[in-house]
Design a protein around this ligand. Structure first.
Ligand SMILES: Nc1ncnc2c1ncn2[C@@H]1O[C@H](COP(=O)(O)OP(=O)(O)O)[C@@H](O)[C@H]1O
Ligand SMILES: Nc1ccn([C@@H]2O[C@H](COP(=O)(O)OP(=O)(O)O)[C@@H](O)[C@H]2O)c(=O)n1
Length: 416
């Protein structure tokens, strides 16, 4: 029984564990060894005090169940644990091996209550949750499968040993087909797998099916306007629509508006698949409309990929996939625009515009405000996307000046 549980958790000895203590510093990496190892001073910080230490990881053959269980646990831990408990995002992975990440949490309980153990006991009843506890004796610290009732035999102790920082941050390893999708089929499959738990998925898939395959011939130019919230996309796209006599489209398209709130509350796998499919519906609209007039698109694949990557990657900009990573490549089956312009303004100006607008922000956008690191990662990811790459436009001058600057670019690049 115990062996099966250990097996379920993967081959632990080949894995590295990463604990994200602080978004501004690198994670703490450790590995496991069956031989006693002296505790490295960096790890003493983690294991040194008298608090109770646990980690928990989520396993399941169903990626939908795994994503939802992870999100539920995150919520549960954040609302139920006392202030004396620290919860950190943690993962276990095989260095630089794609899709090897198992996500979880690390809990440091300094309280005198048994609250964390009570919660872990409930969580552990789920067949997809694996809980480990950490014990220290002198210079040695080991991890063992935690059980609230049966004490684990000493033979399964795994000693903590330092591990080198991985070349690729662990949060970059599972991005493909979990956060960013590179063909319609992969995103489509995710929603198909959710139809039982999210009935709206069927309606979204029906809307995708209804879009006839449209391949774009030599129609009018297609120009995408990208940028963080409040950088002036709406203002500019509406002005361009008028001045170029263009059709204005957006991604996600209007037909997905009734479902957006529902999918925004889902874990990244499902939420990102929804936005990915939105791009394909918008692509079908672009295909048709560009036969008649120039098309301006407010957000498209750059937004989908940049926000998804920046959310998936913990910590600093340095943790993003490397600039030459294939994760920044445009999906081969998604209609390419002729021009992508990225509106940028200083963080101060952006905040001023957000405040002037005074309307509700999405949770993600509210997070941008408090989370400078996240904003920097979104912008950097935007700039790294290739085929087509975006051209950066300084959107801090007046609306009229920004329009003129963009009209000039469009004339040069698209001969409009
Ligand atoms: N060039 C500009 N200069 C000053 N304010 C601007 C400019 N462009 C837009 N704004 C104002 O900033 C706010 C956000 O603009 P908006 O076009 O809605 O951005 P987005 O669509 O990117 O969220 C609005 O109140 C808008 O009037
Ligand atoms: N093409 C798109 C558009 C938006 N999005 C998501 O939608 C969010 C931005 O939506 P928003 O409502 O703030 O956008 P605006 O209405 O401000 O342009 C981002 O956080 C992205 O996660 C996406 O993934 N792909």
């Amino acid at each position: 029984m115990l062996k099966r549980a250990m097996f379920r958790c993967g081959q632990l000895s080949s894995r590295v564990f990463a604990v994200e203590f602080d978004a501004r510093t690198q994670p703490l990496y450790f590995t496991l060894s069956s031989n006693p190892q002296e505790l490295h001073h960096a790890h003493q910080q983690l294991f040194g005090d008298d608090g109770k230490l646990f980690s928990l990881h989520v396993h399941s053959d169903s990626r939908i169940e795994k994503a939802q269980t992870h999100a539920e646990i995150k919520h549960k831990l954040s609302v139920t644990l006392s202030r004396d408990c620290d919860v950190f995002e943690a993962s276990s992975f095989i260095p630089d091996v794609k899709n090897s990440v198992v996500k979880g949490f690390f809990i440091r309980d300094k309280s005198t209550t048994t609250l964390s153990e009570d919660i872990l006991k409930t969580l552990q009843q789920s067949k997809s949750v694996c809980v480990f506890s950490y014990k220290r004796e002198g210079e040695y610290c080991w991890q063992e499968l935690w059980s609230p009732v049966n004490q684990v035999q000493e033979s399964v102790r795994q000693y903590i040993a330092p591990a080198a920082a991985a070349e690729h941050h662990p949060s970059t390893l599972n991005i493909r087909n979990s956060d960013v999708f590179y063909c319609i089929d992969e995103a489509y499959k995710v929603l198909q797998e959710c139809t039982d738990i999210i009935p709206e998925s069927k309606e979204v898939l029906k809307l995708v099916d209804e879009q006839l395959e449209t391949s774009r011939g030599d129609g009018f130019p297609v120009i995408v306007i990208e940028g963080l919230d409040a950088t002036g996309k709406t203002t500019l796209t509406e002005a361009l629509q008028e001045s170029l006599n263009a059709t204005l489209l957006k991604s996600p398209p209007q037909c997905l508006a009734p479902f957006r709130q529902r999918f925004d509350s889902e874990p990244p796998l499902i939420r990102r698949a929804f936005y990915a499919l939105g791009n394909y519906i918008t692509a079908a609209h672009i295909g048709k409309e560009s036969l008649r007039a120039p098309v301006i698109v407010d957000r498209y694949w750059h937004s989908t990929a940049a926000y998804a990557i920046a959310t998936a990657v913990g910590g600093r900009v340095e943790n993003l996939p490397k600039p030459d990573s294939e994760l920044y490549q445009w999906p081969e089956d998604l209609l390419q625009p002729n021009l992508v312009l990225l509106l940028t303004v200083s963080p101060e100006e952006r905040l001023r515009r957000l405040r002037d607008r005074g309307q509700d922000k999405t949770v993600e956008e509210a997070e941008l405000e408090i989370n400078q690191l996240f904003r920097l990662k979104v912008e950097e990811a935007y700039k790294r996307i290739q085929n087509p790459a975006c051209i950066i436009v300084d959107a801090s001058p007046s609306p009229q000046e920004v329009l003129q600057q963009v009209q000039h670019l469009i004339r040069n690049k698209c001969h409009l």
